[in-house]
Design a protein around this ligand. Structure first.
Ligand code: SF4
Length: 497
């Protein structure tokens, strides 16, 4: 399984926020992908878009509720088409299935089209250990393979890299003169990879969907690399999560409307490739063998949890990442595992264990933008709250996200707030202190009565590093009430805080 670095989330995100190159790259996410997504919605009208979303959500609810039935149906139809369906309960088992095929078929070169599940399995090192030369063929994946990095976005894996970074990388790894022209760089990658497609014994792909009624694997790409990976080599292995099954081709048409528009703001991607079994006797091309590996790797636990099952509806469009104020500031790597952003903050703790990723559900302002943009209407904020509840209530102290000291503060706060006389006393004391601080040269206030962010007081300065500390109102609610607030709104804006 891919290395889990989720425990480093706080430090990694703090570091990411200080990286100016990453900031520039992330600025393009909202202005590029999300604007294009909104344009496409306007084009079909928001009413039609809502109908499509509801249709897709209903299909997902139905399929996940009857997953056992559709997996059986898929098995029957993949087999009937001459393919092999394998179930893998975890990453080790999935990698072993691939390794067995590689060993028994004497595979030497493999090409891969984009597959987040293969990132989850950390498949490339397994293949390399078997002596296989592996080539990622999606341009973004190819770039990060050369850089020995991991994807930072669900649909744009090299989003964190500038064109200058890529030009330097190509010079270093491919030995070509420095050239930051994007078309030239794409042409270089194409030339290198074209030969590999022709030489490869094995093509590995992910799957955007697998259709149960026909046993068909569906991938959508913009570069055509997926089609070459799945048709040129003599063996094709598709690897995906078991939640990717959908009932029928008619259902597929709903998702094909939603996914490209949500992911990249396209009406449809350049290539929609469907593979049903190996080549037939009268086919001009296609693989001699077709294997589909459906990976569980923690998904059964999600399925068994009614509060988190909804995360299995995700079609990995990345729209929730593009709109998320947290992702927009820290990017994907800080999340520390394969799936970043709001949906990653739900999926990752379920797949790697809440104990290992307890900080991720906290990485959200709960603004709800992810739920608004999600084409499947997945209620991510509700699930994040559920995970927070699970960590807070865990009997195992190491699983809790809040340290004992923080929970002690919360208990003291609750104790004080339930005693009106103490609250009144605290308010009076606070106002007195505030009055004194107001005249101190080191603690100026802003015009709207808010403290400057770095209030130089012990403990408080830590709190105000990332938050405003509003000035206390001149009158408490009790005082206003006694003066007759019920008769009308206060006239002093400060008093309305
Ligand atoms: S949760 Fe929704 S918006 Fe986010 S990647 Fe999945 S389908 Fe797309």
């Amino acid at each position: 399984m891919a290395e889990i670095k989720t425990k480093n989330f706080s430090a990694a995100s703090a570091q990411a926020m200080l990286d100016p190159k990453l900031r520039r790259a992330l600025d393009r996410v909202a202005s590029g992908f999300d604007v294009a997504r909104q344009d496409r919605i306007e084009e079909v009208t928001p009413e039609v878009w809502e109908q499509w979303r509801q249709q897709a959500r209903d299909i997902k609810i139905h399929t996940i509720e009857h997953l056992d039935y559709y997996l059986d149906l898929l098995h029957a139809n993949v087999t009937a088409a001459g393919g092999h369906l394998h179930f893998a309960k975890d990453a080790d088992q999935a990698n072993e299935i691939v390794a067995h095929i590689v060993r028994t078929r004497n595979v030497k070169i493999a090409t891969k089209s984009k597959s987040m599940v293969s990132e989850e399995l950390d498949l490339n090192p397994v293949l390399e250990a078997l002596g296989v030369d592996v080539y990622e063929t999606d341009l973004g994946e190819y770039i990060i393979q050369l850089a020995n990095e991991t994807p930072s976005h669900l649909v744009a894996p090299a989003l964190h890299k500038s064109k200058e970074d890529v030009a330097e990388l190509f010079t270093e790894k491919l030995g070509i003169p420095y050239d930051e022209d994007i078309f030239h760089m794409a042409a270089t990658a194409r030339t290198v990879l074209r030969d590999k497609f022709m030489e490869a014994d094995l093509g590995i792909s992910g799957a955007n969907f697998v259709v149960a009624e026909t046993g068909t694997l569906v991938i959508i790409t913009n570069e055509g690399n997926g089609r070459l990976c799945t048709s040129a080599p003599r063996i094709h292995i598709g690897i995906t999560g078991m939640e990717k099954v959908i009932p029928s081709m008619q259902d597929l048409s709903t998702f094909l409307r939603l996914l490209p528009r949500s992911a990249t703001g396209q009406r449809i991607t350049s290539y929609v490739s469907m593979t049903t079994g190996p080549r037939r006797a009268d086919d001009e091309d296609g693989p001699e063998e077709f294997h589909l590996i459906l990976v569980d790797n923690g998904r059964s636990a999600m399925l068994a949890d009614p509060a988190l099952r909804e995360a299995l509806y995700c079609i990995r469009c990345g729209a929730c990442l593009n709109i998320c104020p947290v992702y927009q500031r820290i990017g994907g790597h800080a999340y520390g595992w394969v799936y970043p952003g709001p949906i990653g903050a739900v999926i990752t703790p379920m797949l790697v264990g809440l104990k290992n990723a307890k900080e991720l559900p906290q990485a959200s302002s709960l603004c709800g933008a992810c739920r608004e943009v999600c084409p499947i209407k997945i209620d991510i904020p509700r699930m994040l709250l559920d995970l927070r509840k699970k960590t807070a209530e865990s009997p195992d102290d190491s699983q809790r996200s809040a340290p004992e000291s923080e929970r002690m503060v919360a208990r003291v706060y609750a104790w004080v707030m339930s005693r009106p006389s103490l609250v009144k006393f605290g308010h009076q004391t606070g106002r007195t202190l505030q009055g004194l601080l107001q005249f101190s040269p080191i603690t100026p206030m802003t015009k709207d009565g808010r403290w400057y962010r770095k209030l130089p007081l012990p403990i408080v300065s830590k709190w105000t590093r990332g938050r405003d500390l509003p000035a206390l109102p001149r009158k408490t609610f009790h005082e206003l009430w006694e003066q007759g607030i019920a008769d009308g709104p206060p006239t002093d804006a400060t008093d309305s805080h």
